[in-house]
Write a protein that binds this ligand. Structure first.
Ligand SMILES: *Cc1c(COP(=O)(O)O)cnc(C)c1O
Length: 397
């Protein structure tokens, strides 16, 4: 048995890691270095859209690695145009900027909003953000995040944010009443790290109307809930609305680091040469991963699968946990599912891991399931059959 050290001697102490090391995967299953099998209901935090070792993705990436991995943005990358065109088609928006991570996509969105203000003569632009939001760990995205625990120790934070509660249009109106400096509203359609908290479809429509009325940018962080996870390409599409700015990352490259900011007509031409850029953004490997991920999702009907298997999973959890004291709510959309308990349950990640199940717990008391979009109904049943007894035992103990 390979022994896994609790603390790493040379990597920084930034993560509370479980004491396992994974070696290989196939579909929604992974195996650790000791050969133990796990059902993966986390998918690298909503990253491995196509699961592990996908038979269509792997040969495409192998082909790309042998051709070009990186060239810099001094040159055109044909697959960047191809991926941008696809994202434009799927979103109904117009232009894309590529980067490599979620926080980078959000950072670009925040810069877009500020320049949108400056271009209108607003020299101290303000952006509306939300309680319990998570937008990343850079100083600006951390400032936009609504979690004082993870902001602790990193002040002074970036100014220019107005914070409001979710799903409360009157609070948004009151917090911005008469304020000519507001330029944008920035939020996740379904808050991920904050505990799988969906914005209601009615609220999304109300915010869209307010953004139109006040000439604000509607900036929707779809880094976690986007790319088909909820059964539509982008979760806000359930409300029948368009965003003006939409950061993406996580699932877009099915495991290869990639981020993107998709912009509609109001925001597509704000950046001019010299305003923004990044070395790795849009490189040939990442772009190929994005192009192939979307192609495979379309070929294999994975949006539909996410919607169907997600509903099946939620229904199964509902039956298995019905009447269990301590289970407060099961919520989410498609394959983004949260089970809120009435108490902190971080210990469940280790308990599940010991029992061959990979999950996460977020916002202290919410079990979060984000499996690959290839999950079958039978695999969802297995997930329920394995998870529910562990939750019951935990609550009873
Ligand atoms: C994960 C996440 C981010 C940050 O992405 P990184 O790639 O970790 O920088 C931002 N917003 C949301 C909604 C996320 O879930």
């Amino acid at each position: 048995m390979a022994h896994i050290e609790a603390a790493s001697p040379h990597t920084m102490n930034t993560y509370g890691r479980l004491p396992i090391a994974l070696e290989r995967g196939q579909g929604v299953r992974v195996w650790d270095v000791n050969g133990k099998e796990y059902l993966d209901a986390l998918a690298g935090i909503a990253v491995n859209t196509l699961g592990h070792n996908h038979p269509k993705l792997v040969p495409a990436l192998q082909d790309q690695v042998a051709k070009l991995i990186h060239v810099s943005n001094y040159y055109h990358v044909p697959n960047a145009e191809k991926l941008a065109a696809k994202l434009v088609e799927l979103s109904g928006m117009t232009n894309v900027f590529f980067c490599s991570t979620g926080l980078e996509a959000n950072e670009a969105a925040l810069k877009l909003a500020r320049k949108y203000g400056h271009d209108k003569g607003i020299t101290h632009p303000k952006i509306v953000v939300y309680e319990k939001a998570f937008h990343g760990r850079s100083i600006a995205t951390l400032s936009a995040t609504g979690n004082t625990k993870i902001q602790q120790g990193f002040g002074p934070l970036v100014e220019g944010f107005v914070r409001v509660p979710v799903n409360d249009i009157e609070s948004l109106k009151a917090a911005t009443a008469g304020d000519k400096d507001v330029v944008a509203v920035f939020f996740e359609t379904i808050q991920g790290e904050g505990g799988v908290n969906p914005m209601s479809l009615e609220y999304l429509q109300q915010v869209r109307a307010l953004c139109d009325e006040r000439d604000w940018l509607m900036m929707i962080d779809e880094v976690q809930c986007g790319m088909g996870r909820t059964g539509k390409w982008f979760a806000h599409q359930w409300a029948g609305i368009h965003a003006d700015v939409m950061p993406l990352a996580k699932g877009l490259g099915s495991g290869v680091p990639i981020g993107a900011v998709v912009a509609g007509p109001k925001a597509a031409h704000i950046f001019q040469p010299g305003n923004h850029g990044t070395t790795f953004g849009g490189n040939p490997l990442a772009m190929r991963a994005g192009v192939e991920t979307i192609r495979i999702m379309e070929e294999d009907g994975l949006l539909d699968n996410a919607a169907r298997v997600g509903a099946h999973l939620q229904a199964g959890l509902g039956r298995a946990l019905a009447g269990v004291a301590g289970v407060k709510e099961i919520r989410g959309r498609g394959l983004m599912v949260g089970v809120e308990l009435d108490r902190p349950c971080g210990a469940l990640t280790q308990i599940c891991c010991d029992n061959g199940l990979l999950i996460s717990v977020t916002a202290d008391s919410v079990i979060r399931l984000l499996p690959a979009l290839i999950m079958t109904p039978a695999e969802a049943d297995e997930l329920v059959e394995r998870l529910a007894p562990l939750v019951k035992q935990f609550l009873a103990g």
